[in-house]
Write a protein that binds this ligand. Structure first.
Ligand SMILES: [Zn+2]
Length: 330
């Protein structure tokens, strides 16, 4: 089974240690119109290459999945340049963000079939005229209590594209809610649930929530490690070990949802203060680094009794199995 990276296809068995949800560059729609929101591309490339090289050399990471929604500043040529210079596989995604913060009106007013056609084009032929193909689909919902009409259309389109191309789906949920609804929608549209990573589950401290999502066969994202304004890492570690001990170790995916550069302001004012604090913590104009998982969170799991090899299986084996799909995903 091959997966598309921004520099070409890679056998899933060669993905190696993988972070399944990180970002290089994020720009909320409209930031490009803000004269104060400048972006120094050469400086960004240098910093991103430095960070990814450090991840590869010091922590053995070989693959960096950037599920940046297509309207959030996704720049696949920029990703390809960083990938080549840092010698790191980078996987980009097709798919839109939430209706409140993304989903441009043109596509919000399109049909499910038109959106699916766009996704399939990006997966099979490439993004725009770049020839760079997406390797997975991003889906996002935040509508409470249920997803919005526009989000539901994107989930339906993603389901069509998943079944047409066989790639995996990476989702965004908000505040550790909405995962079961996403699973319901995928199930209704015929997507095998092991093809979906339900993202940001670590925003919830409800162990029954995690067990229920894993029990239905999806991958459970502990993928905001270090974003402590959403959840304390101690709680994430306790919940992860609980899920592991409950027999769902093969469904856990760890990552950080960090970014190297954010252009201008964050599109969500409620998150902005916390994000500024995180950037200050990093003590530079760039976003939080990518090594926190290894330097801080892995030791927390060791303290809680997981073995080194058990922890690294979550980063080495689980992403390979997730992207490979397989008949049952077991
Ligand atoms: Zn993200």
């Amino acid at each position: 089974m091959m997966i598309q990276t921004v520099t070409g296809p890679v056998d899933v068995n060669d993905l190696g240690r993988t972070l399944v949800h990180e970002h290089l560059y994020v720009s909320f729609p409209g930031a490009e119109l803000d004269p104060k929101a400048t972006f120094d591309r050469p400086a960004f490339v240098a910093e991103a290459v430095r960070r990814l090289t450090q991840l590869r050399v010091e922590h053995g990471v070989r693959t960096f999945v950037d599920p940046c929604p297509m309207e959030m500043g996704r720049d696949v040529r920029l990703m390809a340049e960083v990938s080549e210079k840092a010698q790191m596989n980078i996987v980009c995604c097709t798919g839109f963000y939430t209706e409140a913060r993304g989903l441009p009106s043109y596509w919000r007013n399109s049909t499910v079939e038109q959106i699916a056609e766009l996704y399939i084009h990006e997966l099979e032929r490439g993004v725009g005229d770049t020839g760079i193909r997406a390797g997975a689909i991003k889906c996002a919902s935040e509508g409470q209590p249920t997803m919005t009409e526009g989000e539901a259309k994107c989930f339906a389109a993603a389901s069509i594209a998943q079944q047409a191309t066989g790639v995996s789906i990476i989702t965004h949920t908000h505040a550790g809610l909405g995962g079961p609804e996403q699973q319901d929608v995928f199930e209704r549209h015929g997507v095998p649930l092991h093809r979906a990573l339900i993202g940001h589950c670590c925003g919830s401290s409800d162990r029954a929530y995690h067990r229920s999502i894993a029990g239905r066969g999806s991958y459970v994202g502990f993928d905001r490690i270090g974003l402590t304004h959403f959840q304390k890492d101690e709680v994430r570690a306790d919940c992860l070990v609980d899920l592991f001990r409950a027999g769902h170790s093969h469904r856990i995916l760890m990552s950080q949802d960090h970014w190297c550069a954010l252009r201008g302001r964050h599109g969500s004012p409620s998150d902005e203060a916390a994000i500024k604090a995180a950037a200050t913590q990093a003590n530079n104009p760039w976003g939080p680094g990518f090594t926190h998982l290894f330097t801080t969170f892995v030791p927390m799991l060791l303290e809680r009794g997981l073995k080194q090899e058990e922890i690294f299986a979550l980063l080495d084996e689980n992403p390979r199995r997730f992207f490979a799909g397989g008949p049952s995903g077991a």
